[in-house]
Design a protein around this ligand. Sequence first.
Ligand code: ADQ
Length: 733
Amino acid sequence: MRPFQISLRFIFPLALVLGGFALVMLPLVDELTQRWFLRDLDARSEMLASSLNAPLIDLVTLQDADSVRELFDRSVHDAHVRALAFCDASGRLLYASAGFPSGLGCQGKAPEGLRVTDSVLEQDGLSLGKLVLAQDTSFIERRTTEFRNYLFALFLMMFIVISALGAWMAHWSWQGWMRSLKSLLRRDPARGPMNTPPEFRPLFSDLRATLHEIHVERRARQDSPQAWTPEKLRSLLHDELAGDQVLVVSNREPYIHEQREQGIVVRRPASGLVTAVEPVMRACSGTWIAHGSGSADRVTVDAQDRVSVPPKRPAYTLRRVWLSEEEEQGYYYGFSNEGLWPLCHMAHVRPVFRTSDWDQYVTVNQRFADAVVAEAHVDDPVVLVQDYHFALLPRMVRERLPKATIIMFWHIPWPNPESFGICPWREELLEGLLGNTLLGFHTPFHCKNFIETVDRYLETRIEHEASTISYGGELTQVEPYPISIAWPETEVPLDVVQCRRDLRDELGLPPTHQLALGVDRLDYTKGIVERIQAIDRLLTLHPALVGRLSLLQVAAPSRSSLDEYQSLEARVRKLALQVNQDHANPVAPPILLRIEHFDEDRLACCYRAADVCMVTSLHDGMNLVAKEFIAARDDELGVLVLSQFTGAARELHEALIINPYHIEQGAQALYRALTMPEAEQRERMRSMRSVVRDFNVYRWAGLMLLDAARLRRRQRVSEKIHSHSRQGLRRTV
Ligand code: ADQ
């Protein structure tokens, strides 16, 4: 059908052109042929007249009427000469051949179908009279019509032949394109750029990249997101990974036991990673292996270094791994946070690489890999490795448990190959990561950067369209899985009005005081300095807001033993002080800086009490604060100002998106947020809430585990095939 439609697009213009051409040409051709025939007749009549001239003069002079008539009758045998006559000088008809029209005479008008010409006969300069020739012209009309018909038939034939040829070519080309496109869509590995039709070659990689993006997006949209709940995740684990052991490895533990004056307390760390992985562990009752960092951690574990968590309603096992101070310094603070963290974030802080840190990184990765092997009571557990602290662990586990399904999620951005290339141990890190079965990033862009980095520094085979990397005979699938939060379950929600009042009371602010909120770990990637500068700029531009607006910045202390973080804290404190001095007023300081960890409920209350939430990261894998703010706002009010350099900006299009480096722009966005009508706030918030509710953390984990289950099934089938063929071979031998 499609080639036929394409052909019609060609046939219609062709018919118009040929039809128009025929309309113009046919009358012209008619006229031309008539003129040719008449000229031919005239030439013939001249020839006849000159051949009759001499005998006729003799016979007329002799007045031999019979001979004249005989001469005339002989001459009219020419097909086109109907009759001949002779008129004397006075115009009297003297002789005429048989068939000379009676009424014609010497001066008469020729009837239709006849052409009359005459030729003067002279003797010695004296006119004897004239020879009259009557020629039949009816054949001219007949032949012209015939010629016109032939010509018309020729045009018609041309039209039919060209149309048929065009339709055939369209059909043939269409079939070829469709075949190529289908094999591209089918991701036919045999169809590399060289086997693609030449017209597709320039588009080949674009087409494949686009197809992959469409595939990812379609998969994201088609998986009935509303249905992703803890129950669905549980039943997925039950259906897809029934009986399989699930182990999680992360640096940060989900529960920290601290020794305080009043006794042992349990703390949950401020970490996006913990927020995201905890619901998975609750759902699958597995084992979480993490660094025991709390002062009371050792006294709360059993003989195998295990403790059941969450403390109030135990659902899974936490296995603690102990690190010496030196190890923690080198592996965690050194290589992970002074090396890899700045290496992967474009925040203009230089990475520091020390061999001693690297050595500790290798040792600790091995320690955790040993713990995984020790905790595994099957030979093919599902191991979920979290983050950049364990780039080497996947290969270490793979060497000891070759059948394990190792899934790793990289929670921070992946830089471009040039940036990554400055790491002295880049090949080792990449080899470690290629021990994974599945490697996840937040965005397709980070996946692309990773694949390009591998391509640059290792000898691998990369299938871009399938997003797989083959290294040393093993396959790693690289996919984007945008992380999210657990949508708050419908317990009795906190009252927004109450939260607004309570928080303002606590901060000593008037009830109508406008509040912007920042919640982060105190990290240089989060753009806290730029946020305070934007407030400063706003108050300079709109002095009427002084005393009516404050930024509550809640910054959880983080990595505070590192110089870079200490100087950040000092800078933030100094800047806050400066801004508060510059815009001093009797009502409230513009910057309310709280460098402390807030518990979950207190944080939820802050989100609800705020008019604006400011997420101004200079670079961020995802940023969960943005999503937590949205989830907390069941009143559908409040505005999110969001940095374009966060993964979240790819999903939350209704936020006010800013470039945090552009302080002026940040101030303008903040002003727009503070003055935004409620109707617009509702519209934006409603739309973002539906995104965050549907694309929640259960879906993040679910999609990753579904992919892992699919890869696991594939691996089991191929193992069966191998073992059958080995048995067959043995029998044959
Ligand atoms: P983080 O860099 O830690 O996470 P983010 O995603 O914002 O950044 O998560 C921070 C978490 O800590 C949030 O759950 C937040 O509520 C909590 N938090 C922050 N400050 C707090 C405070 N003062 N008191 C209490 N809680 C606080 C890394 C990557 C991110 C990625 C996550 C998840 O850097 O890009 O989104 O992992 O993959």
